[in-house]
Design a protein around this ligand. Sequence first.
Ligand SMILES: [Zn+2]
Length: 81
Amino acid sequence: MKNVIDAIITLIKRNCFTLTTSNIRNYPSSQTCCTCGYKNSLTKNLSVRRWICPVCGTVHDRDQNAAINILRKALEMKNSA
Ligand SMILES: [Zn+2]
């Protein structure tokens, strides 16, 4: 999954997005379903690597879901700049 995260970071850098750790410090990227937006507090536990969204049924890989959410956040920031 590191490859997916690296690819997203490269995409962010290539597009000059101003996403820093302070921008996402309080953003629950691992807890938020990237499909429907449901926030699953059970995934605060770092040992939970895969989970199924109880609302939309999407099966999530923790890191891939977080990477998609971070990319979405970067795009939102870019579009609101
Ligand atoms: Zn969902």
